[in-house]
Design a protein around this ligand. Structure first.
Ligand SMILES: *Cc1c(COP(=O)(O)O)cnc(C)c1O
Length: 358
């Protein structure tokens, strides 16, 4: 366990104000009173981890992140159980992915234990900010890292800052969405940054989300960057198809983001009578399958919404197509409930996914 110095805020949120915030937290509206900060200096390594009051940072205007975009992040949640214990879901997977993202962006890899200790330290200190389990509320934790060195030449930075902040997340109703198959944009190219959780991937995706909205859809279905033929993922989530012959089908890893939710759902598939299958899938196979009934259910998955039912597609070639009867499917709802029940300790954690913090 790393040692953290603690500088307490002199202006803590009052209990009344926190209660008011937790009564309707929304998402990203309120932040806990402290943040974890760990700086890295090339040649000197990771500096003393610090817990400091939540506040603005001073950053030199030449800081490399502001110009060349060396930035990566993670997202995970802390869940409060009915007995008031607090748990994290597979944080080791986020820690490992953070190293992968750092390596792809030529940033200093943060030791996995330091990632886990930083998250644990903040959640322990701010445990009162973890909402009650009712309506699937949670504390959303955002670890991230930037290149902090002031230097305008283009090269790897020599200093980095890792930090952890957290925001209470209210009930996240997984509203069904339709997906727009964009003819104009891709999110990942062979050899590109598709497998890294980096801010740049999101910056380049926003215009496609705008295009999706203009075409009556809530999210984008991304195809591959080389042929525009293969299904990759959806918006900021991985995508899964339930087939009529009992498969849970999803694109294999390669240029997509390796979601923790994706991996977990593939593991649970057999308990729902589905055979997990990872293989390349073409857009035509999906749209033909949806039209014929071979693919009766489609859903997207990720930490924020857990599982989001996909009830339709729209594309320039084939227009609007409805999935099944346009309602969230039975397996989709079953799998979502199962995963959420594991996260809140209401279903057996057969795979040892949960880690107690408080
Ligand atoms: C974070 C993310 C996901 C989902 O990953 P989880 O670990 O399940 O939250 C999927 N796709 C993209 C592009 C992401 O950034």
């Amino acid at each position: 366990m790393s040692e953290f110095s603690l500088t307490r805020t002199t202006t803590p949120t009052s209990e009344a104000a926190r209660k008011a915030a937790l009564a309707d937290p929304g998402f990203g509206r309120y932040y806990v009173d402290h943040q974890v900060v760990v700086d890295y200096i090339e040649g000197d390594g990771w500096q003393e981890p610090r817990v400091i009051p939540m506040s603005d940072w001073a950053l030199h205007p030449a800081a490399a992140v502001l110009h060349y975009g060396q930035e990566i992040f993670e997202g995970l949640k802390a869940y409060r159980r009915d007995d008031d214990s607090i748990w994290l879901f597979r944080p080791d997977r986020n820690a490992a992915r953070f190293v992968h993202s750092a390596e792809r962006m030529a940033m200093a890899p943060l030791p996995e234990q330091l990632f886990l200790d930083s998250v644990t330290e903040l959640v322990k200190l701010e445990k009162d900010w973890v909402p009650v389990s009712e309506n699937e509320q949670s504390l959303y934790i955002r670890p991230f890292m930037i290149a902090s060195e002031p230097y305008l030449g283009v090269r790897e930075a020599n200093t980095y800052r890792f930090a952890v902040i957290a925001t209470p997340a209210g009930p996240y109703y997984s509203e069904p969405v339709k997906l727009w198959i964009t003819p104009n944009y891709t999110r990942a190219a062979p050899g590109g940054t598709g497998t890294a959780k980096c801010g740049g991937n999101y910056a380049s995706s926003l215009i496609a989300t705008r295009e999706a909205a203009a075409n009556g859809c809530g999210q984008v279905l991304w195809t591959d960057g080389a042929e525009r033929k293969w299904v990759e993922e959806c918006g900021t989530m991985n995508i899964m198809f339930v087939t009529a012959d009992g498969e849970l089908l999803t694109p294999g890893l390669g240029s997509i983001l390796a979601g923790v939710t994706r991996e977990s759902i593939l593991t649970l598939a057999s308990e729902h009578g589905l055979k997990p299958v990872e293989r390349p899938i073409t857009i035509d196979e999906v749209l033909d399958g949806v039209a014929s009934g071979q693919i009766p259910e489609v859903f997207a998955c990720g930490t924020a919404a857990v599982v989001t039912p996909i009830t339709g597609f729209n594309s320039p070639d084939r227009g609007v197509q409805q999935v099944g009867d346009g309602q969230p499917g039975v397996k989709t709802r079953e799998i979502r409930q199962h995963l959420v029940d594991i996260q809140y300790g209401r279903a057996d954690d057969l795979f040892g996914w949960l880690r107690q913090v408080v």
